[in-house]
Structure formats: structure tokens, C-alpha cells
Design a protein around this ligand. Structure first.
Ligand code: FBP
Length: 606
């Protein structure tokens, strides 16, 4: 309905606008969704798929460790991948009760997982929502989801329908409480929508319920804007990555235009994505900035903090010599953890903080905590820590998330780099001859070049793009991916499968729904100084096609302005069906502009 028809005047229109009923929100709810054919019967009605074993076994890097931790689920699933098949489950299934929760950071598309679940469970089974993530599961905060709620949330973004949290379920008491909630609510299925930590939770719950003899399927759904939940051809990408990286690409694209317009600013942009630099890589491919750091490469090349600073400062200086006094630098959120000396410091700190957790917590002031910690670090780490800005030092000591991870999103890496680059550029200005010296293998500088460097002015603006990208309205791709993930998870529960993660793949061929054994994805990682079983993160592969395209082009992007501005997300129009460039390259697709995940149809709920 056109906007002006529903409002009597601009003022009245604004006053009468109730929550989430902008014209845009009303229109995107009506958008049709691509549905994989395996979930549609001959009349085009949504039906649960059946599953068969696909001839692939996922082998954990630490197979013995996995067998020790998950003997029962491995016994059941043999770490074998399952593939959804048509025709669908023949017998009509009714009376099943399935609950869903969100876990970890929000990601666009979560609501369509719920919509997919509801659609596949139909009116004969019951869908329940668990509020506030794993904590809600422990506390039994459960309610029945009804059809009218779905019509409201479909195609809308964020996790606000249920809320989320990061509680790690680890103590026997917590597991006991989880069982209580499941038994009390007579759950046949539990769907955990989350990242690596949350799917690890799901794997442990599945094993625990098997051991306790509680019949309840536990299915994970791969969510995270970070893109680090990916398993080659089986799971090209988690949901939320496409929307977040498109939002960031639009904003970075705008900054590149600002840089080229104002011709005086360097914009340093830290991009969310915790450990992996997948978001930064994708945004770089979309926008072609002057500099983009890739954490995985920093680690591979053993680049020190000073080395990174030198790399950026040299590009700034070289551009200045070409008369370009502006640019954009992309900094991945997690880069500090990949700089070798910082990594060592964080590792040492993790050990000390885990061993002396209560002693340190009980010390009343930051000064006292510092005095306690410093002597326990190696001299190199102590020296490095002392050289960091106070806020960063404090952050490293005080802030950990529920899983024991450093809260990298809180570390102002972009500001640390800005400080150091400013200093380094001032040094270059003081000694331009050194810049042209042997170190860079340059020819002797002309007097004009020396003067250009001396007169160089450096104005830097810092930005952190993070939370802006996690709860946006899902792109058409994320909306379709999540709806199909919901259909897959619901079908798995109805088929009585447990300990799997739903996955959707083959984005250019109509989509394929898979179930990946969670135990096959688990490996071991050091957390809070202890070795723990966790789902292995997928980082940027430096041998991948997407990294190769970036690496081939970055010098060109550094030397001249080849900025590209992808613009805002489209839900209608020519760019509306694009998938991430990096995903298309790595999957070997011939095109990234028109994903195909089955028939596009309007979803109706019974
Ligand atoms: P997960 O999806 O893995 O939970 O993380 C997403 C994320 O947005 C990371 O990119 C970021 O480091 C973190 O969450 C921030 O967490 P918080 O919500 O605690 O600030």
C-alpha cells in the first residue's frame, strides 16, 4: 500500500507510525523467498525433506579427542554428512514440540530461521521460542510461537524476537537445568542458532541428552557475521555475513568517496569479524581501498606491529608523492591477535589470568592488578604491554567474554595504528632521505620529492564498523539462506536426527540442503589457558582464489584511486541477488550477481 494512502499528513504519519512499521519494513515482509526444491511437493507446498547418507565423512583434526568427548553421537552419526532428498518424509508427523534459541552475537536473517521452522513444522506440530539464548534454556524461559508473530518478523533483521546471550553451558548443574527445561516442555527438538561456540554447546547438549536417555534432537544452525563458520563446499558461508559485509561495504564505499572529495583525510576503519578477516577481505574486494590488512597474512608473514605501521606509512608517503593525500585503510577487528608479539602477550596473559583469576579479581585497583601481573610475564611481553596505550592494556587485563575470548571488538586497534602511523610519518618527514634509502631500494630523491614529503600533512579519521552490520534487514540472500536452514533443521528434527548442523550449499544451482555431524567439526583450542573441544574456525585461506584476487590487485589500489562504491543493499533491483564476491570466487561460481536457491515464492503459514 503506498505510504501516502495510510497517513493523513506528514506529521500525523510520523506520529501514527508504530514500531517496525515503516513503509520499508511493511514491504520487505511481503517479499517472496527462494525455496530449495527438496522442500516443495508437486503442488508447491512446503514439506519436510527426508535425508540419506552422502558419501562424505567429516574427520575432526583431533579424532581421538572427539571420540573421547562425543562417543555416543559419533556412534550414531559416524561423522557422516547427510543430504536432504525428495520425496519428503512420507508419513504425516504431528504433535512434535520443537524449541529454537539464538546464541552469540546477532546476525541478520535469524527471524527467517524461525519462519522456516514454523513453515516446515506446519500446524500439526508446535514451535516454541526460548528467550535470551542459552541462559533462557537454562532458566526455562519458553513460549509458544504463533503464526501472527511470524507474519510480523519474516524478512526482518536482528535477533530482537527472542534476544540472545553468550552463556557457555559447561557445569553439571547447567546441563541438569537444560534437561529440566527439555523434559518439562516435552521437547522433541532443540534448534541452536549460533556461531562456533554456540554450535559447540549444541554438540555437548546432544551428547549429554543421549547419555541421559532423553529423546530430543539437537540441531545447530551456522550463524555469524564473521564468516568463520564455513566448511568448504559443504557450508560456503554462515548466515549474516552477506548482510553485514554489504552494510560495511556501503559505508566504506561512502568513505572512499569522502576521501576523494575532501582530498585531505585518511579514514582508518576497523571492521568487525573477531578472529577471521573474512569481512575485511570481502569489503576490500567490494570497495578497493588503498590499504587492507588481512590478519591471517600478518601471522603467516610474521609481521610485527612496527612492520605493519611501516607498511601503511610507506603507502601514505608514496601516495603523497603522487599528489594523493587521502585514502582508506581497512583494519580487521582481530588483527592484534595475529601479530606474533601480541599473540604471545595475549597467550601469556590468558594463562596468568586463568591461574590467578580470583587473586587478580580481588585486587582493588588497576595499579595493583598491574603490579601483580607484570612480573609473571616474560620480559618481552611485559615491555610490549607497557608500550601500549593505557586503555588497551586495561582492556587486555579486564575484559573477557563468557568463552574466555579477549573481547577484540573493544580493543581500539585502529587508534593504536593511527598513533603509531602518525609517529612514523612524522619520522619520515624529519628524515625523507631515509625513506628513499636502501631500505626501500629507491633511487635518490629529487629536491621536489624531499620537499613534498617535508610538507606532507596527515589528517586521520578513525571509524569502527561493527554493531551497525549485525542486525540489519537481511539481504535477499540471507533471507533465503536462513529460511532454507530453518526448513533443513525442522526436517532433521522430524526425521529424529541429533548432533547435526544444518547447512545449505550450491548457491548457483538451486541449493542443496545438508546435515553436517557436529562432532566431525570439533577440534581442540586453548581457552583461558586450558585446552577445550570447540568447533574449528574457518579463517581466510591465503591460497584461496578470493585472497589471490585481492593480493593481485592491492598494489594497484594503493598506487591510485580505484575506489568502488557498491551502494546500499537492494531488496529490489539489479544488485539485489548478489552473493559475497569472496564466496563466489572460493566456491568456483561463474557469477556472483544472481544466486539461485530454488523457486521464489511468497511464504504462507498454516
Ligand atoms: P559471534 O557471531 O561469533 O557470536 O560473533 C559476532 C560478533 O559480532 C564478532 O564479530 C564480535 O567480535 C563480537 O560478536 C562482539 O561481541 P559482543 O556482542 O559481545 O560485543
Amino acid at each position: 500500500m503506498p505510504y501516502h494512502d495510510t497517513r493523513s499528513g506528514l506529521g500525523a504519519g510520523i506520529e501514527s507510525t508504530s514500531g517496525k512499521h515503516s513503509l520499508f519494513e511493511e514491504e520487505i515482509r511481503k517479499l517472496p523467498i527462494s525455496i530449495c526444491s527438496v522442500f516443495l511437493d508437486e503442488k508447491g507446498t512446503i514439506r519436510p525433506a527426508a535425508f540419506r547418507e552422502a558419501e562424505t565423512v567429516l574427520t575432526s583434526k583431533d579424532l581421538d579427542g572427539t571420540l573421547r568427548v562425543f562417543p555416543l553421537t559419533v556412534g550414531l552419526n559416524k561423522n557422516m554428512v547427510l543430504e536432504a532428498t525428495s520425496p519428503q518424509i512420507p508419513a504425516k508427523i504431528s504433535g512434535k514440540r520443537v524449541a529454537v534459541l539464538f546464541s552469540g552475537g546477532p546476525a541478520a536473517g535469524g527471524h527467517n530461521v524461525i519462519a522456516g521452522l514454523k513453515a516446515v513444522l506446519g500446524k500439526d506440530n508446535i514451535l516454541l521460542g526460548i528467550r535470551k539464548g542459552p541462559k533462557g534454556l537454562i532458566n526455562g524461559d519458553v513460549f509458544e510461537v504463533d503464526r501472527s508473530q511470524l507474519e510480523d518478523i519474516i524478512n526482518t533483521g536482528g535477533f530482537d524476537f527472542l534476544g540472545t546471550d553468550r552463556t557457555k553451558i559447561k557445569t553439571p548443574q547447567q546441563f541438569e537445568k537444560v534437561k529440566e527445561t527439555i523434559v518439562k516442555n516435552r521437547l522433541d527438538g532443540l534448534v541452536v542458532v549460533g556461531g562456533d561456540d554456540s554450535n559447540t554447546n549444541a554438540a555437548f547438549i546432544a551428547e549429554y541428552l543421549e547419555r541421559e536417555g532423553v529423546q530430543c534432537s539437537v540441531i545447530g544452525i551456522p550463524k555469524t557475521i564473521d564468516g568463520d563458520m564455513a566448511v568448504g563446499k559443504h557450508l560456503p558461508i554462515s548466515f549474516g555475513f552477506d548482510t553485514a559485509s554489504k552494510i560495511y561495504s556501503e559505508l566504506v564505499g561512502n568513505l572512499t568517496q569522502d576521501a576523494a572529495s575532501a582530498v585531505k583525510y585518511w579514514h582508518f576503519v576497523k571492521l568487525m569479524g573477531r578472529t577471521a578477516s573474512k569481512i575485511t577481505l570481502e569489503v576490500a574486494l567490494q570497495t578497493k581501498p588503498a590499504v587492507a590488512l588481512i590478519s591471517e597474512e600478518v601471522a603467516e608473514k610474521n609481521m610485527s606491529l612496527e612492520g605493519i605501521v611501516e607498511y601503511i606509512s610507506n603507502i601514505i608517503t608514496e601516495r603523497r608523492l603522487k599528489g594523493i593525500n587521502h585514502g582508506v585503510v581497512l583494519v580487521p577487528e582481530g588483527v592484534v591477535e595475529f601479530i606474533p608479539e601480541m599473540r604471545t602477550l595475549i597467550r601469556e596473559l590468558n594463562k596468568v589470568l586463568a591461574e590467578y583469576e580470583t587473586d587478580i579479581r580481588d585486587l582493588p585497583t588497576m595499579e595493583k592488578k598491574r603490579d601483580f601481573i607484570y612480573p609473571l610475564l616474560s620480559p618481552q611481553s611485559a615491555q610490549l604491554m607497557a608500550s601500549l596505550p593505557k586503555e588497551i592494556e586495561e582492556m587486555l587485563i579486564l575484559d573477557r567474554d563468557e568463552h574466555g575470548n579477549v573481547k577484540v571488538s573493544q580493543i581500539e586497534t585502529e587508534k593504536l595504528l593511527i598513533d603509531k602511523v602518525r609517529y612514523r610519518v612524522s619520522e619520515i618527514k624529519r628524515h625523507p632521505d631515509r625513506f628513499f634509502g636502501e631500505g626501500h631500494g629507491k633511487l635518490e630523491a629529487t629536491p621536489e620529492q624531499i620537499e613534498q614529503i617535508r610538507s606532507m600533512s596527515l589528517s586521520i579519521q578513525s571509524h569502527f564498523l561493527g554493531y551497525e552490520g549485525r542486525s540489519g534487514k537481511p539481504t535477499l540472500f540471507d533471507a533465503a539462506l536462513t529460511f532454507n536452514l530453518g526448513l533443513t533443521a525442522g526436517s532433521l528434527v522430524l526425521a529424529g536426527k541429533t548432533g547435526y548442523m544444518a547447512a545449505v550449499t550450491d548457491f548457483e544451482k538451486g541449493g542443496k540442503a545438508l546435515a553436517l555431524p557436529l562432532s566431525g567439526l570439533i577440534t581442540t583450542e586453548e581457552r583461558k589457558g586450558k585446552v577445550e573441544a570447540v568447533i574449528e574456525k574457518s579463517l581466510v585461506d591465503l591460497t584461496s582464489p578470493s585472497f589471490a584476487v585481492f593480493a593481485e590487485n592491492r598494489d594497484k589500489w594503493a598506487r591510485q584511486d580505484l575506489f568502488s562504491s557498491p551502494g546500499p543493499i537492494q531488496h529490489w533491483g539489479p544488485t539485489s541477488r548478489q552473493i559475497p564476491i569472496s564466496v563466489a570466487l572460493d566456491q568456483g561460481y561463474s557469477d556472483y550477481s544472481n544466486f539461485k536457491l530454488g523457486e521464489v515464492r511468497k511464504v504462507e503459514f498454516d
